[in-house]
Design a protein around this ligand. Structure first.
Ligand SMILES: Cc1cc2nc3c(=O)[nH]c(=O)nc-3n(C[C@H](O)[C@H](O)[C@H](O)COP(=O)(O)OP(=O)(O)OC[C@H]3O[C@@H](n4cnc5c(N)ncnc54)[C@H](O)[C@@H]3O)c2cc1C
Length: 393
């Protein structure tokens, strides 16, 4: 079976759906394929930053369609010395939300379908060749397309098909996730980030979900003193630390299932496009190298690709727009990451942040990507409501 479309999108995660909705809005004929059937899990912290929320708002996703959606205002940071800093996000709009990927991604797929986008689940990408158009072989037949958007995640089978000789890339971070239920300690409503001295420059987290569950985990930077092979045993020791147990409360039950996954964060040196095949989200290594957050970046790169698909030169326009929106922020995150990798500097940074209400309020908004990381250094992105406008929704 052979069919034709203007834009074929491989992957129906946040990047793929954002690309599909945007290209569809331009009047293009769009098809999305995903090898999974939804709802499907994705190993993730489930945290939505202000940046991600603003984009979901712009795409028209309604929070009520995501069952586990939980708005969070209270944030607790713990420095390597054990000092804690309590931060509060404003209550005008939503600045931080936790929503399980099982629910969020399925809601995005439904939302795209409701807008007339064709999403075919259980259809895997197999190969791509180019003649006049791209000719994509799937597990279900052949689709030809003028533009292909690869939203197929960290391992990007599309990239592998087009660059078969590249050595295996394992990502900048590796992160582990586990859920806990019956949480009755303060972590049931507050978001915790623990800068444990033995995990730096990585950190551990607990993010509150609806119904007394939390998403727990930690990430380590590849090449640091911590090895990926040690993660399970390190994690057992982290869960046993008194401040972690106190946050979760005595009744917390940690689920058996543990998952871990790489985080690709090198957008400035990644392949962003090959001809008119555009790589977005994790396939473009677009996560924040400081925090490992990638949903907002997936949505933004997807939207840029959806816009570029409507132009006469999709590949060149997309590459230009990615540079403009991502490169300065990536470099800024790299610099901050180097600071956080030193225990003394990380302690000092938290002391500075804790120096007054104004600093705490602005920092917590910046931390949650209310504005792009390096916007202070990129005047073209300055605007009147900098770190003072209402949140999303
Ligand atoms: C442990 C961990 C915690 C994290 N925590 C956070 C967090 O709290 N907040 C945050 O913002 N980010 C977080 N991230 C990063 C975030 O999960 C990713 O950046 C984000 O999921 C990228 O979205 P995406 O759409 O690019 O890719 P994905 O969400 O990975 O979607 C890719 C899609 O492609 C499909 N696909 C793959 N191969 C094929 C194929 N051959 N054919 C068809 N379809 C295919 C997959 O089924 C999948 O649906 C975390 C990551 C990890 C590992």
């Amino acid at each position: 079976m052979t069919s034709h479309t203007d834009v074929l999108i491989v992957g129906a995660g946040p990047a793929g759906i954002a690309a599909a909705l945007t290209a569809h809005e331009h009047g293009l004929d769009v098809s999305v394929i995903d090898k999974a059937t939804f709802p499907r899990d994705k190993c993730c912290g489930d945290g939505l930053t202000t940046g991600a929320l603003r984009l979901l708002d712009r795409l028209g996703l309604q929070p009520a369609t995501v069952a586990s959606w939980k708005t969070c205002r209270d944030v607790v940071l713990r420095s390597p010395s054990g000092r804690t800093v309590d931060l509060r996000l404003p209550d005008r709009g939503q600045f931080a939300v936790i929503a399980s990927r099982m629910d969020l991604d399925a809601a995005l797929v439904r939302h795209a379908r409701d807008h007339g986008v064709l999403v075919r689940e259980g259809v895997g990408f197999v190969d791509v060749t180019r003649d006049e158009n791209y000719r994509v072989t799937t597990s279900d037949g052949v689709i030809t397309a003028r533009v292909v958007i690869a939203a197929d995640g960290m391992w990007s089978p599309v990239r592998k098909a087009l660059q078969p000789d590249r050595s295996t890339y394992l990502g900048e971070w590796h992160a582990l996730r586990q859920y806990a239920r019956n949480v009755t300690g303060p972590a049931s409503s507050q978001l915790y980030v623990w800068f444990e001295p033995d995990l730096l420059p990585g950190y551990a987290w607990s993010f509150p979900l609806a119904d007394g569950r939390v998403n727990l985990g930690f990430g380590i930077l590849r090449g640091s003193t911590r090895k990926v092979g040690d993660m399970k045993s390190v994690w057992a020791s982290v869960l046993d630390r008194p401040h972690v147990r106190d946050a979760l409360g005595a009744t917390a039950i940690i689920d058996d299932k543990v998952s871990a996954w790489p985080i690709p964060a090198r957008v400035t040196s990644a392949t962003l496009r090959i001809g008119n095949v555009l790589f977005v989200g994790d396939a473009a290594c677009a996560t924040d190298v400081l925090t490992g957050e990638g949903i907002g970046q997936a949505l933004l790169s997807g939207m840029l690709a959806g816009d570029a698909a409507a132009s006469p030169n999709p590949g060149a326009d997309y590459e230009r727009d990615m540079r403009k929106h991502f490169f300065a922020d990536h470099r800024m995150s790299q610099i901050l990451g180097r600071i956080l990798s030193h225990e003394r500097l990380a302690r000092g940074a938290l002391r500075v942040i804790d120096g007054g209400d104004w600093r705490r309020e602005k920092f917590v908004r910046w931390m949650f990507e209310d504005e792009p990381r390096a916007s202070a250094f990129t005047p073209r992105r300055w605007h009147r409501g900098y770190l003072s406008s209402p949140g999303a929704y």
